[in-house]
Write a protein that binds this ligand. Structure first.
Ligand code: GDP
Ligand code: IMO
Ligand code: MG
Length: 433
């Protein structure tokens, strides 16, 4: 019998705390594999008083016991990648010994970043709020069958392949001239950095990752697939067009590392005790008042990749139900419960008021003009949680909030996080049993 792959993924609009939890769970696994996204991700880990932010490299990298794999579904910007590796080497992390790269992963080239900027500039008010890392254009080239893959970097024809793609992009950029033109010499400088990054990427261990992963499963190895972004940013099931360009949901792990659906084990869905979103697009429970401002301040809700302020609001159960359904979530992890400690009342959206009446599911269009959230009010716990380490220490009001969510979603909450540090994590053994 071969082993299965567990998946940890975000159930909201990203930044749920995936990096922290992957780091916490890593000792239980042999391989940590990223399956989609790219440098648009910012995964934060904290331990021994230091904060680390990863973009493309899996969050198991700080553990000597595991291999980290960047799967074929990821898009890699060699520039960002080389910077991440350099930052890890400064911290004495032997990256080369712990990291494998899929030969089939696609490469973000400098003109992808320029096209991302041009596309956003042309949209004006309707812009996505992209991280401008070249994600959309590189996935477009992947599905349009024009992309460059890591394997191509090793090919003697690479200079010609790169040049052909660049020329195609320059042609496309001309169409955006009314909205955006790169500065004089900008592309040359970007290309220089890119080629340096390519050299770093080529010095790493590049593998046929689908063979590697399936062989590892046959050998009984345990694999955790680490998601990026969140289910509501999924290209198919998210708030299109305000989404990213990959499948962030559980199915994405199959295509993103090359495993059959029957090889999926636990699907661990991670969510904040409230909700955030960065960038444009609908967010039914968004709070634009001082309550939202308080969440942002206490939760330090500023983007790990772009530094932008994150929009904040209450937990949205129709949205969470939808994410549990699409992903087949088998267990839930609740993050940042500590951020809500000051509130007398905790609100949870249970339904939406729509023109068709009250509904408890996520409809096609969740524009604020179409859905108004309806809330249940639960008592707050008004207690500092950050020093707590055991389930039995949690205040009754929080236990009640947890039970309420478990009942509404029909999935157990197995871990509760009460602070950014690795140690500020409560594993609820009762629920796991
Ligand atoms: P990711 O993209 O899902 O990995 O999440 P990010 O790293 O972008 O954002 C999560 C932020 O919340 C980071 O700054 C974490 O250090 C922080 N964080 C994670 N868990 C907790 C928690 O339980 N409480 C608090 N206060 N902060 C947390
Ligand atoms: P992690 O993995 C939060 C958002 C952007 C924008 C939209 C499209 O850290 O949770 P893109 O750069 O993909 O073209 O942006 O998606 N976005 C994220 N929001 N967390 C992320 O990653 C995100 N990655 C992209 O803000 O609205
Ligand atoms: Mg993040």
């Amino acid at each position: 019998m071969t082993n299965k792959v567990d998946i940890l993924l975000g159930l909201q609009w990203g930044d749920e705390g995936k990096g922290k939890l992957v780091d916490v769970l890593t000792p239980r696994y042999d391989i940590i594999a990223r399956f989609q996204g790219g440098p648009n991700a910012g995964h934060t880990l904290e331990f021994e008083g230091t904060k680390h932010v990863l973009h493309t490299i899996p969050s198991g990298i700080f553990h000597s016991t595991v291999t980290n794999l960047v799967g074929n579904g990821v898009v890699i910007d060699p520039v960002v990648f080389a910077k991440e590796i350099a930052a890890l080497r400064v911290k004495n992390v032997p990256v080369n010994d712990r990291l494998l790269i899929s030969r089939k992963a696609h490469v973000i080239v400098p003109t992808h970043r320029l096209l991302d900027r041009a596309s956003e500039a042309s949209k004006g008010e309707a812009k996505i709020g992209s991280t401008l890392k070249g994600i959309g254009p590189s996935y477009m080239d992947k599905t349009g069958r024009n992309g460059l893959r890591v394997g191509d970097l090793l090919d003697e024809k690479f200079p010609q392949l790169y040049e052909a793609l660049k020329q195609k992009h320059i042609h496309l950029l001309k169409g955006f001239e009314a909205f955006y033109t790169p500065q004089e010499g900008e592309l040359d400088a970007m290309e220089k950095e890119f080629m340096e990054g390519v050299a770093v990427l080529k010095s790493l261990t590049i593998v046929d990752s689908e063979h590697y992963v399936n062989r590892a499963l046959l050998e009984g190895k345990k694999i955790l697939a680490e998601g990026a972004q969140g289910s509501m940013l999924d290209i198919d099931f998210g708030t299109y067009p305000f989404v990213t360009s990959s499948n962030t949901v559980a199915a994405g792990a199959c295509t993103g590392i090359g495993i059959a659906p029957a090889r999926i084990g636990e699907v661990i869905g991670i969510f904040k005790a409230y909700c955030t979103r960065v960038g444009g697009g609908p967010f039914p429970t968004e709070l634009t008042d001082e309550t939202g401002e308080h969440m942002r301040k206490v939760g330090n809700e500023f983007g790990s990749t772009t530094g932008r302020a994150r929009r904040c609001g209450w937990l949205d159960l129709p949205q969470m139900k939808y994410a549990c359904m699409i992903n087949g979530v088998t267990q839930l992890i609740m993050m940042k419960a500590d951020v809500l400690s000051d509130f007398d009342t905790i609100r949870v959206c249970t339904h939406y008021q729509t023109a068709e009446g009250l509904i408890d599911y996520l409809p096609y269009d969740i524009d604020p003009s179409k859905v108004q959230p309806v809330y249940a009010d639960l008592p707050g716990w008004k207690m500092d949680l950050t020093g707590m380490r055991h389930d039995h220490e949690l205040p009754d009001a929080l236990t009640g909030y947890i039970a309420y969510i478990e009942e509404k979603l029909g999935v157990p909450i197995t871990v509760v996080s009460v602070g950014p540090d690795r140690t500020q994590t409560i594993v609820r053994e009762k629920a796991l049993a």
